[in-house]
Ligand binder design. Structure first.
Ligand code: KG4
Ligand code: ZN
Length: 329
């Protein structure tokens, strides 16, 4: 089954054609990150306007600009969570194409789509632990099967990517922050500074907290204006250490033997290395998407949509985006 996937929840206008939820046939990603960088972060109205300008060119690129493509069996689109104006562009395009081509359309959850990016690496196997770390979300899921996600922990304040983006802005490293922080700290193996480790509620052992890092970082940045690369490395270390510690504990407590990484922050090299090391230690297999499928893309949406379409799910023409969209509660 050949699915067209469309993603417009944040600052990437991304489309892809994927066969059987696992093989990418064509793809295009138009990022508005450069435009957003002028504002120091994602401005919702700017993101929506960029999607309006990019969605047709992205579709034309991925579909070869040859007019109505044959052989596409369904359309999958990110329905939420995300920015309403941004989501609306993708959902409207998806419904219009499905109507014009007389094929079904299905809405997918953005975080579920991030997890399905792993289906582009290998056939998914369940049960597994899923770590989703993106610019807007940070959560651990017990993944029991297609459509069967159970959230076991999440951030109580900022997302991991948000902490990196805010930290990068504070250190004058630009947007998006994650890659900038990674580059700035690349040469530093042991950071000279330590950022505080948050307390956590005993009854919520797998929750995360990243908002305290910003306050500590801004104080250190004022005291050590010459040491911004060191501070970038310290921030990366604090974020990675917390993600690794919680994931390790969740793996031990659940006894799950497989870990799927997902979301933009999972592109981080140190995070991948450290999770690989603890997994080897615990006898757990770690699976991660190729780096370009860690950040927002259309292929993950098509992969997730494939399973929803196969299960008979459809988005009706009367249904719109869901900017707030709980998963696995
Ligand atoms: O999944 P994603 O592309 O979009 C959302 O759903 O939010 O994630 C974007 C986030 C941003 O916060 C960005 O700074 C972070 O992922 N990111 C990284 C890296 N590449 C992107 N963080 C750490 N290391 C990276 N290499
Ligand atoms: Zn994302």
């Amino acid at each position: 089954m050949r699915i067209l996937g469309i993603e417009t929840s944040c600052d990437e206008t991304a489309v892809a054609v994927v066969d059987d939820g696992s093989r990418v046939v064509a793809e295009a990603v138009w990022s508005s990150a450069e435009v957003q960088a002028r504002y120091g972060g994602v401005v919702p109205e700017v993101a929506a306007r960029e999607h309006v300008a990019s969605v047709i060119p992205a579709l034309e690129t991925a579909l070869g600009a040859t007019g109505p493509p044959t052989g596409i069996d369904g359309v999958a689109v990110t329905r939420g969570p995300g920015l309403l104006g941004a989501l609306l562009v993708g959902v409207t395009a998806a419904k219009a194409l499905a109507l014009a081509w007389d094929i079904p359309v299905v809405g997918v959850h953005h975080l579920e789509a991030h997890l399905y990016a792993n289906a582009l690496t290998e056939p998914l196997r369940f049960p597994a632990l899923g770590l989703v770390v993106s610019g807007g979300h940070t959560a651990l899921y017990r993944w029991n099967g297609h459509g069967l996600l159970q959230k076991i922990g999440e951030t109580v304040d900022d997302a991991a990517g948000e902490a990196l983006d805010k930290g990068a802005r504070l250190l004058g490293l630009g947007y998006p922050g994650g890659p900038a922080i990674e580059r700035a700290g690349a040469e530093i193996s042991e950071p000279r500074f330590r950022l505080p480790v948050p307390r956590r509620a005993p009854e919520r052992p797998y929750d995360f907290s990243f908002s305290g890092l910003k306050t500590a970082l801004s104080r250190l940045a004022r005291e050590h204006p010459e040491a911004h690369n060191e501070l970038a490395r310290a921030l990366e270390e604090a974020v990675v250490a917390q993600l690794v510690a919680r994931t390790r504990e969740a793996l031990q407590a659940t006894g799950l033997r497989r870990l799927y990484l997902a979301g933009g922050v999972s592109a981080n090299r140190r995070l991948r290395e450290r999770l690989g090391a603890i997994a080897a230690d615990l006898g757990v297999e770690v699976v991660a998407p190729a780096v370009r499928y860690s950040t927002d893309n259309g292929a993950m949406v098509a992969a997730a949509g494939y399973h929803r379409l196969a299960a008979g799910e459809r988005l009706s023409l009367g249904e719109g985006p869901r900017p707030v969209y709980p998963l696995g509660e």
